[in-house]
Design a protein around this ligand. Structure first.
Ligand SMILES: Cc1ncc(COP(=O)(O)O)c(C=O)c1O
Length: 424
């Protein structure tokens, strides 16, 4: 078998593709058994719900009758699970029962697949998507593969949207020939990846009003992957499905059962307000796989019906709060703030977003990266999460997967590497 350059005549899509940064990070971790990874967004292995899943499988097996859950399922996903998920989101948004239509709910192989379907049916190469700064780096890589340009909404120093700068950017776009190229807005409003920040209803409403004023009533994707993982409380803002200011916008709300339950079951979902957008996503899914694993959906249907999802989430919220505090405290103990780094403590999610002192370049392969490699600790370079203009002063650290003692050790290594940059 040969590897390396190929002279196959790839499509424009095929030719644009690069190995995903996340795969390279994971390979780096796997190639060095001594490496501690604060990079990958994996979840806490120790609390994966093995018993609940085993009980659900046993219950399915004991039902009698044909094991329909081992047969192909519907392209859109299991009706029962769609109904349960639509009801759960309605409760979170304070909407009346039945306000979210299970017939406009699509179940995917993770919300990642649904993000891809949603963008692929909207945007052509050369088109523009508005995103936050920073944003989910796998989403940005996906945009790169599709040839779509991410344009970042300006952020204030505390991470909130800089509403004046956003208004200027949106008004300029609305008045420029690029206006027709703006195909959607991608928002991560709940304990975002990597910022850990959430958006208020005021911020979201102001954004909708600016877009409307600029004549950019474009589709909105609201990615709520971490909505369930608020430490002390759920984030109080309602989603774009429930906010009046978004009524005129086609909306897609994306949720997942991976982060709050089991990543290995890889089930995500989307609720769409727009029938034509939804239909096209379903048709494209029909081309890709004509349905997400029916068995995995049946397990999760059972888990939700028996209130085990709620119980698991309650446990996880406390668990991630403790892990965040452990990583944060270890970084403080290691003297990272004295070395000029800054960060704030998130109220939920899986990540710390750190700013390095000026002069430290966190890019992969730079001196700081190499210092971390020597210490056997891995991080996500913040530049991956930032649309242009490039800013290489940031780092994403995840406290999701490492056990408590490994988290403390990884933090100590990270601090040594950081201090080696400023020493002498
Ligand atoms: C912000 C965000 N959205 C979506 C996803 C995709 O998650 P999944 O495909 O597991 O549902 C992730 C995964 O890390 C994420 O961080």
């Amino acid at each position: 078998m040969t590897h390396g350059p190929s002279d196959l005549p790839f499509s424009r899509l095929g030719a644009r593709l690069h190995p995903p940064a996340i795969a390279a990070l994971m390979n780096t971790a796997l190639a060095d058994p001594g490496m501690l990874s604060l990079a990958a967004g994996f979840t806490d292995t120790a609390t994966l719900p093995a018993e609940a899943v085993a009980a659900a499988v046993a219950e399915l097996a004991a039902r009698g009758g044909p094991p329909e859950f081992l047969q192909y399922g519907a392209n859109r996903g299991r009706e029962g699970l769609r109904r349960l998920l639509a009801a759960c989101t309605a409760v979170l948004d304070g909407l009346p029962a039945g306000a979210i239509d299970p017939e406009r709910t699509l179940i995917g192989n993770g919300s990642q697949q649904l993000l891809h379907l949603a963008v692929a049916v909207l945007a052509d190469p050369g088109d523009i998507l508005l995103v936050e700064r920073p944003t989910y780096f796998v989403f940005m890589e996906m945009l790169g593969g599709l040839g779509v340009e991410p344009v970042g909404l300006p952020a204030a120093a505390d991470g909130s949207l800089d509403l004046d700068a956003c208004a200027a950017l949106i008004a300029d776009l609305g008045a420029s020939p690029r206006r027709a190229r703006v195909k959607a807005l991608y928002l991560m409003s709940y304990f975002g990846n990597p910022s850990g920040l959430s958006r208020t209803e005021t911020e979201k409403t102001a954004l909708a009003q600016m877009l409307a004023r600029a004549g950019l009533v474009v589709p909105v994707l609201e990615d709520a992957a971490y909505r369930d993982l608020g430490f002390e409380r759920p984030w109080p803002a309602r989603s774009v499905l429930a906010l009046e200011a978004f009524d005129a916008f086609p909306r897609l709300y994306l949720g997942t059962l991976t982060k709050p339950f089991a990543t290995g079951l890889k089930i995500g979902y989307a609720h769409a307000s727009d029938a034509a957008w939804f239909d096209r996503m379903c048709w494209l899914k029909g081309h890709e796989d004509f349905g997400t694993a029916n068995f995995n959906q049946a397990i999760l249907e059972r888990i939700i019906e028996t209130q085990q999802l709620e119980r698991h989430i309650a446990m996880l919220r406390a668990r991630y709060a403790a892990k965040m505090r452990a990583l944060d405290a270890a970084l403080e103990r290691g003297g990272l703030r004295e070395a000029g780094w800054s960060w704030s403590r998130p109220e939920g999610g899986l990540y710390l977003w750190l700013r390095a002192p000026d002069g430290v370049d966190t890019d992969g392969e730079g001196p700081f990266w190499r210092a971390c490699m020597r210490e056997h600790v891995l991080y996500v370079p913040g530049g991956l999460c930032l649309p242009a203009p490039v800013d290489r002063r940031f780092v994403r650290l995840s406290y999701g997967v490492l056990a408590d003692d490994a988290l403390a050790e990884a933090a100590a290594r990270f601090c040594r590497a950081a201090k080696s940059m400023t020493a002498g």
